[in-house]
Design a protein around this ligand. Structure first.
Ligand SMILES: C[S@@+](CC[C@H](N)C(=O)[O-])C[C@H]1O[C@@H](n2cnc3c(N)ncnc32)[C@H](O)[C@@H]1O
Length: 284
């Protein structure tokens, strides 16, 4: 069977599931993954026969797409800040909003213009920690996560992208201390209350790790509160906290930080939604 023939057959199979434009781009990614041919080469080789093993891989991937598995988990990779990251179902797929958080932090660090100590809490694939190390090579960066399989992925990404980072396995909710003191503590913590699960996309709620997504309905700001509490002890003078957050929780987090002695500032994402927050301790 040629590349063109299998592509047509998979298109028919998935036509009801996905719209034509999305389907075309997903199939092109799958073809590239399996054959190694980019889009132009796929056109040039469209009549070439594929091997049995390539056809099997494509058919299996189509079944996974039909079952709503995100393409990033099927390919085992995702893109973040122009770099390729390994991903599997132990880590959140890095999101474009998080790139904006990284940009905000690196702008700030460039202004400070000295080697800084940074901690990324809930590092997952390592995308924040690694991007910051690549942007700010003079800074020392630690990535922390409670999940040992997530840290395995982060370490693999750091090796692949040549970023020297210290990794720590620690449950931040059970911690009275941090590994050191820091100029910047960043976190994209779990922040979706469980009662929103029913309305979420199947691709997210059925495939991405629950531990990366959800918090209890009773205490949705727990990560912000605990990290702010630790920050009082482990932030260096003029230190800053940076977070990603639920678009709906901005006001509540600002109020929480204010109560805890921080001055906080919200930043909107590319869709105009409150999505990031930074906080520094008020002068006493
Ligand atoms: C929303 S994901 C963020 C992953 C990655 N930093 C990113 O932005 O794509 C949250 C991460 O927090 C980690 N996590 C959840 N509970 C934690 C805890 N109690 N202590 C430390 N990390 C935790 C999860 O394993 C997950 O990797």
């Amino acid at each position: 069977m040629s590349l063109h023939e299998i592509k047509q057959s998979l298109k028919l199979q998935l036509a009801e599931k996905l719209d034509a434009v999305e389907l075309n781009s997903l199939l092109s990614l799958l073809m590239e993954h399996v054959t190694g041919w980019n889009q132009v080469q796929q056109v040039l080789h469209k009549n070439d026969p594929l091997t049995e093993s390539q056809l099997d891989q494509l058919k299996n991937a189509a079944k996974e797409l039909a079952a709503d598995k995100p393409i990033q988990y099927i390919l085992g990779k995702a893109w973040f800040m122009g770099k390729e990251y390994f991903v599997n179902e132990n880590v959140l797929i890095p999101r474009p909003e998080t790139e904006e958080l990284v940009d905000w932090i690196s702008e700030y660090a460039h202004i400070i213009n000295k080697p800084l100590q940074l901690l990324d809490i809930g590092t997952g694939s390592g995308c924040i920690a690694i991007s910051l190390k690549l942007e700010l090579p003079n800074c020392s960066i630690t990535g922390l996560d409670v999940s040992s399989p997530a840290l395995e992925v982060a370490k693999k990404n750091a090796t692949h992208l040549n970023a020297a980072i210290e990794w720590v396995e620690q449950d931040i909710l059970m911690s009275a201390s941090l590994p050191a003191s820091y100029d910047i503590i960043v976190s994209n913590p779990p922040y979706i209350p469980f009662n929103e699960k029913a309305n979420m996309q199947v691709q997210v709620k059925n495939f991405e790790p629950a531990i990366a997504l959800f918090v209890t309905n009773e205490d949705p700001l727990i990560f912000y509160r605990i990290i702010a509490r630790l920050g009082k002890q482990y932030l260096n003078p003029n230190g800053q906290l940076f977070f990603e957050m639920h678009y709906d929780q901005g006001k509540a987090i600002v109020a929480l930080f204010d109560e805890m002695g921080y001055h906080a500032e919200l930043l909107q994402d590319m869709f105009g939604k409150d999505r990031m927050i930074r906080a520094s301790l008020k002068p006493r």
